[in-house]
Design a protein around this ligand. Structure first.
Ligand SMILES: Nc1nc2c(ncn2[C@H]2C[C@H](O)[C@@H](COP(=O)(O)OP(=O)(O)OP(=O)(O)O)O2)c(=O)[nH]1
Length: 196
């Protein structure tokens, strides 16, 4: 049985395709803003988990008997500030300068739902150590990467020139790309979607 990915994220669909997972993608069109507002002040991992669950449950309700995977990512600064995707190029510049020379966490959550109920969940964080960034570097980076990074929390494509932003990363690159892929693959093996 093929998995349904409740997402319109190019990065998430690319990850599952590259990993050889049989799936179809269907956007959830969930009201993420309302949930984020309702959970203001909650731990970022709980927010990412709840958003992933919201997407998975919404699509699962439309597909009885199918496994549905929802995912969400947040960038969390060391003072607890949560950064979403940049509104525009100036917002991306602001995000990058706020992250310059500091560590932030890229938190990615995944929830799998079946028959409208969550049956599996996992949250992971990658620790991202941004090197000190000059204004000229940031402006040249945005000249090259805007608007390609418009859909990316953290304002980088780690698989692309975004790698130049970091002195070190701790954790899985998959988590940065948009989901804790290896635990997801483990559950899919448990459920017979992938070969053991
Ligand atoms: N290709 C790439 N994408 C990244 C990177 N870092 C973050 N992203 C993307 C993955 C997700 O599409 C996006 C996180 O935003 P969300 O979790 O709200 O998902 P999005 O709205 O894109 O799609 P979805 O809610 O799943 O339909 O940021 C990266 O380094 N490379």
């Amino acid at each position: 049985m093929t998995l349904i990915l409740a997402s319109q994220s190019a990065s998430r669909t690319a990850m599952l395709s590259a990993a050889g997972v049989p799936f179809t993608a269907e956007p959830a069109h969930a009201d993420e803003a309302a949930l984020k507002a309702a959970m203001a002040g909650a731990p970022p991992r709980d927010i990412a988990d709840a958003l992933a669950e919201l997407k998975a449950l919404k699509v699962s309700a439309r597909h009885p008997g199918r496994l549905v995977l929802g995912s969400d990512s947040l960038a969390v600064l060391d003072d607890g500030t949560i950064l979403d995707k940049p509104r525009d190029r100036d917002d991306a510049r602001d995000h990058l300068l706020r992250m310059s020379g500091k560590r932030h966490d890229l938190v990615s959550a995944a929830v799998i739902a079946e028959n409208g109920r969550p049956v599996w969940r996992h949250v992971e964080a990658a620790r991202m150590f941004v090197r000190p960034l000059s204004y000229s570097f940031v402006d040249a980076y945005l000249d090259a990467e805007w608007p390609a990074i418009a859909g990316c929390v953290g304002c980088y494509r780690i698989e692309g020139p975004g790698a130049q932003l970091f002195s070190r990363i701790e954790g899985s690159q998959f988590t940065v790309l948009g989901m804790p892929l290896l635990p997801v693959l483990g559950y899919l093996r448990d459920r017979g979607v992938l070969p053991a």
